[in-house]
Design a protein around this ligand. Structure first.
Ligand code: ACM
Length: 534
């Protein structure tokens, strides 16, 4: 086996959740943090993503047995306080009460509008730490910063020695982009609710606020649709390689949406159309132009399937699927795919995308599509997700840029930068390499604001790191591909362009390694990153 996960054993703690999975009789192997590193207080700027502004100064705050979390009266702030206490209690061994009264300790506090929808201020000194925000999401992001300022061992599920200090000073922070996403392909291989939750917790640590779920593809249909039950029951019954597959019931899906919301992520569901639809075509013969259902598909080719554009039943199907999915989606957006429709004629593609976009609007959602949507007519307010690479033709890039100048917002997911399924090097596995080998520095070292020629900076709405799963079946593999590249994409989405600097970033990134060890996560120990010894 060529996989080189840095850690795969030791107690696994589901990040940030209160759930502890005790691995009976197993002790952490090779993951003990260096005592010297533990004793030092983490500098206030050693955070990923880099905060907008950091003003170090004054003496640190030190958590003690008397530390409590003081919250404003709202139930939501209390819930964030309980989330934080849930991280602190097992490793500090302190009681960490969450109360609405009291002075000192850690205070979570909502105030006026100056911090925006997701920004926050964190101040730290000997008397305590206060996180202030204008909205709960900002408090939650501030809590992630606070977490990173504590020693990595705070993430462990058993009592650790400490000391638990937070450097003195002030962090004032807010995101560069409103859209900071990660995509998980649950179609090529199915992942369970628990696996999706685990990834959500890992994403939340880096202030990602959008989880894009790729719910359908040639190899599987992964969401129950009551009006077309064979989609999930039959279309979801296998996966790449021929395994059992699976699908989310509506209750499962609602659970994921709620869990994501509790970590301040919005779920964007994707039904990929008109190509990437073999699982649907196999489930219902009438969706095929020739009325014959193809067999289920468990390989990894792309571009061979298409919904039947001229048939009315296609639009009855789309209407039902979009209606049911929109009803499960409190978020604003619904992704309709539109990529690699190589078996759909151009005129048919344009007509189909027009009609489907109208259906999405009818059910009150905003369209997201892969950037091939710009080859049709993007609806007002639509977002196009660019997944090209350096070698993408100038014509294709120009088409995307023209759409952006005409008002289509862009989400940037360049495949040779932030496709997390690309191998890091020829020697690392799993993954694929059609977009090239993507080491950690290459993944980080680009500027979303000036990436595509001819695109006004204001058209860029954010960054998303997709993870396709043709070669992945386990959480440890998701983690190995996402870490350490995902934090780089998160930083490109969050941090001001002025903070961008590989040499500084790699030091902040290196400090995350012991945290991932403590959390029982797998990651690629890239030689480009100066990981601490130990
Ligand atoms: C894609 O990678 N086909 C969006």
């Amino acid at each position: 086996m060529r996989r080189r996960h840095s850690t795969t054993s030791g107690p696994t703690r589901v990040l940030g959740s209160l759930l502890l999975v005790a691995a009976a009789g197993v002790t952490a192997v090779g993951a003990a943090p260096a005592p010297a590193a533990e004793a030092a207080t983490t500098p206030l700027n050693r955070v990923v993503p880099a905060p907008a502004e950091v003003r170090p100064g004054g003496r640190p705050y030190r958590l003690t047995w008397a530390t409590g979390v003081h919250v404003d009266g709202s139930a939501e702030v209390r819930r964030i306080g309980e989330y934080l206490a849930g991280i602190l209690r097992p490793s500090t061994g302190y009681r960490v009460p969450v109360t609405e009264h009291g002075a000192g300790g850690i205070r979570l506090h909502l105030s006026d509008g100056r911090f925006g929808a997701e920004g926050y201020r964190l101040t730290s000194g000997p008397a305590g730490v206060t996180v202030t925000a204008s909205a709960a999401a900002g408090l939650f992001h501030g809590v992630q910063t606070l977490r990173q300022l504590l020693p990595a061992s705070v993430e462990r599920g058993s009592v650790q020695p400490g000391p638990w200090r937070i450097a003195g000073g002030t962090v004032e922070d807010r995101p560069r982009y409103a859209y900071r996403g990660a995509m998980l392909d649950v179609a090529r291989h199915f992942f369970t609710v628990g696996q999706v939750e685990r990834y959500i917790d890992e994403l939340a640590l880096y202030k990602i606020n959008t989880l894009h779920l790729h719910l359908s593809d040639d190899q599987g249909w992964r969401i129950a649709v009551d009006s077309w039950p064979r989609l999930a029951a039959y279309g979801g019954s296998t996966q790449v390689g021929g395994g059992r597959g699976g699908y989310f019931t509506k209750a499962d899906y609602r659970h994921i949406v709620r869990y994501a919301a509790s970590r301040y992520l919005e779920v964007v569901p994707e039904i990929d159309m008109p190509g990437h639809t073999n699982a649907a075509l196999a489930s219902y013969a009438q969706l095929n132009c020739d009325g014959t259902a193809p067999p289920l598909y468990t390989g990894t080719r792309v571009g061979f399937s298409s919904l039947c554009v001229p048939k009315q039943v296609t639009y009855d199907f789309v209407d039902d699927v979009v209606r049911e999915l929109a009803a499960l989606t409190p978020g604003r957006r619904l992704h309709i795919g539109g990529d690699e429709a190589h078996s759909t004629g151009h005129a048919d593609y344009v007509e189909f995308m027009d009609r489907v976009q109208r259906v999405v609007a009818r059910y009150g959602k905003t369209v997201v599509g892969w950037h091939q949507l710009t080859g049709a007519t993007p609806a007002k307010g639509a977002l196009a997700q660019y997944w090209g690479l350096d070698g993408t033709s100038a014509t294709e890039k120009a088409r995307v840029a023209e759409a952006a100048r005409n008002g289509t917002g862009l989400i940037l997911s360049p495949a040779d930068r932030v496709y997390l399924d690309m191998k890091y090097t020829a020697g690392t596995g799993p993954g694929t390499r059609w977009a090239g080998l993507v080491e950690v520095r290459r993944s980080y070292d680009w500027n979303p604001g000036s990436y595509l020629p001819g695109v006004p900076a204001s058209a860029v709405r954010g960054v998303e790191a997709p993870l396709w799963t043709e070669t992945l079946t386990r959480s440890s593999e998701i983690e190995y591909m996402a870490f350490p590249r995902l934090p780089g994409a998160a930083e490109l989405g969050w941090s001001p362009a002025a903070t961008h600097d590989w040499d500084a970033y790699k030091v902040r990134l290196a400090a995350q390694g012991p945290r991932w060890d403590a959390l029982g996560m797998s990651y690629y120990k890239s030689p480009q990153v100066p990981w601490p010894a130990g």
